[in-house]
Write a protein that binds this ligand. Structure first.
Ligand SMILES: N[C@@H](CCC(=O)N[C@@H](CS)C(=O)NCC(=O)O)C(=O)O
Length: 200
């Protein structure tokens, strides 16, 4: 049975679509829309939270974008997956970090920059959100001082999960020149073919 990925690509489902493409998986994308369709009974039967993305992998249903990607990396292995327990811990750490330390503020910036959900566009206010990201951005900048990738010496699920959230920096046109290593690392992640196809 094919892997089913629920969620329109113009949403957090793009994180999972990017991962599935990196892994070269066969999948079916069911483009459930987060406003019009995610609250319908047929989708609530997949994800009772009424949010996208979710997957159905041969009967195993998983929701939460970061968890789905960690699962897919673990299942399909290869270079993207953690190769030992220490890397597993790192992948979990960075994924939780991006969601808890960065995502909410970046979403606020994105909404202001693009004028989403009826909010007035205000690039100045969007840029002001970056002030609240100085602490986590400094952590990432320091981590990249002597390495190219978050774990080991290769692009992994940790890079993908964090970059998929930090991609909103680019979409919100935020100036993050104060963190040049973070910016270069993000560019490298987002210009990978599987990312550029979706987020370029
Ligand atoms: N933490 C969840 C968040 C999912 C989420 O909020 N998705 C949005 C679309 S990008 C959604 O489904 N919104 C519908 C709603 O909030 O009712 C994840 O990363 O999967």
């Amino acid at each position: 049975m094919t892997l089913k990925i629920y969620g329109t690509p113009a949403s957090r489902a793009v994180r999972v679509l990017w991962m599935a493409d990196e892994l070269g998986l066969d999948y079916e994308n069911i483009p459930v829309h987060y406003v019009e369709e995610a609250g319908r009974p047929e989708y609530l039967a997949v994800n009772p939270n009424g949010r996208i993305p979710a997957i159905d992998d041969d009967g195993l249903v998983v929701w939460e974008s970061m968890a789905i990607n960690l699962y897919l990396a673990r299942k399909h292995g290869g270079e993207l997956a953690a190769k030992d327990l220490a890397e597993e811990a790192g992948a979990l750490q960075w994924s939780f970090w991006a969601m808890t330390e960065c995502e909410k503020t970046l979403l606020d910036a994105l909404v202001l920059s693009l004028g989403l959900f009826g909010v007035d566009k205000d690039q100045g206010k969007a840029q002001a959100c970056v002030k609240h990201l100085e602490r986590p951005f400094a952590v990432l900048e320091a981590h990249l001082a002597d390495r190219d990738w978050l774990l080991g010496d290769r692009f992994t699920v940790a890079d993908l999960n964090v970059a998929a959230i930090l991609a909103w920096i680019r979409m919100a046109r935020l100036d993050v020149s104060a963190w040049p290593r973070m910016r270069s690392w993000l560019d490298l992640c987002l210009t990978r073919p599987a990312a550029a196809k979706r987020l370029g």
